[in-house]
Design a protein around this ligand. Structure first.
Ligand SMILES: Nc1ncnc2c1ncn2[C@@H]1O[C@H](COP(=O)(O)OP(=O)(O)OP(=O)(O)O)[C@@H](O)[C@H]1O
Ligand SMILES: [Mg+2]
Length: 269
């Protein structure tokens, strides 16, 4: 067994970088998931480009969250292939290995440490962190301090860095959680319904934030708020009954006959 300098086992995943030479960070191919015979995902194919910001839409139950569960190792598909870059087979890794390989996930409900400051919350999430003990009792390096400052600036909470996280608004907590993900330096970020419950102003700020992440990170955003999707979307994928119904720009999606029938049509009705 290979161990690191702290004596912890060093899994090979810690040294793996996704191979994106073909321009793709994520490959999902022919993936099916069933729950008691019901197909939540049905021969799904999805490719996410390196540095891309992709929006994923679809009616309730279309399979969006299940897809994120498969990518992050929470749910195992019945069949198919899921790889991070060309070579890292995600179906062979467990949830924590997938996170360490560079895939961060933001759940809908913020899960920040309310009693700790905004700064400390981010500190705890720094990449290469060896746990709460070393984070709270060892002095930060200049590099770590710079990283936290950079994250605070990205999420717009520099002025609030010494507040206990419990005092933040709902929207600010969501940004803090995105910041905690960023501190771990993920290559791919999965964000499920980020603007649910936000004010209009917070929603707008979140659009700017997610847009600013693209390029440095690849981001997949699931959201029902169509005005929000339109404001950030480049390429949109529409899921329906566990499979991809359409893919394209927001305008293409809205013109698509199948989409109008099964999805946007429902909203108008
Ligand atoms: N653990 C589970 N056991 C049984 N059925 C499940 C499970 N998880 C999801 N499902 C079912 O799979 C289908 C897809 O669910 P999923 O949560 O992926 O949809 P979604 O697109 O995220 O919907 P929403 O927009 O409402 O969040 C639904 O019919 C759901 O009831
Ligand atoms: Mg969902």
């Amino acid at each position: 067994m290979i161990v690191d300098k702290h004596g912890s086992p060093l899994s090979s995943v810690d040294n793996l970088k996704p191979d994106t030479r073909h321009g793709m960070i994520l490959y999902v191919e022919d993936v099916s998931v069933s729950f008691d015979g019901f197909k939540a995902l049905n021969d799904l194919n999805l490719y996410i480009g390196d540095g891309e910001l992709r929006c994923l839409i679809g009616a309730n139950g279309a399979g969006k969250t299940t897809l994120m569960d498969v990518i992050t190792g929470k749910t195992r598909p019945d069949k198919g292939k899921v790889s991070f870059g060309q070579q890292i087979d995600l179906l062979e890794l467990d949830e924590s290995e997938i996170a360490r390989a560079g895939i961060g996930r933001k759940f809908q409900k913020p899960t920040v440490f309310e009693a700790l400051s905004v700064f400390e919350n981010i500190e705890l999430s720094l990449s290469g962190d060896k746990g709460i003990w070393s984070s709270l009792f060892h002095k930060l390096s200049g590099e770590q301090q710079d990283k936290i400052d950079e994250v605070l600036q990205t999420i717009g909470l520099t002025a609030e860095q010494h507040y206990p996280a419990g005092r933040l608004s709902h929207g600010q907590k969501q940004w803090l959680e995105i910041g905690m993900l960023l501190a771990a330096e993920p290559r791919l970020l999965l964000v499920d319904e980020p603007v649910a419950g936000m004010t209009a102003q917070e929603t707008e700020r979140t659009a700017e934030l997610l847009t600013s992440l693209a390029g440095k990170h690849s981001v997949v955003v699931v959201e029902h708020d169509m005005a929000f999707v339109r404001s950030i979307a480049r390429k949109v994928t529409v899921l329906h009954q566990g499979t991809v119904l359409a893919e394209g720009s927001m305008d293409e999606i809205q013109e698509n006959k199948d989409v109008r029938e099964v999805y946007l049509g429902e909203e108008e009705a």
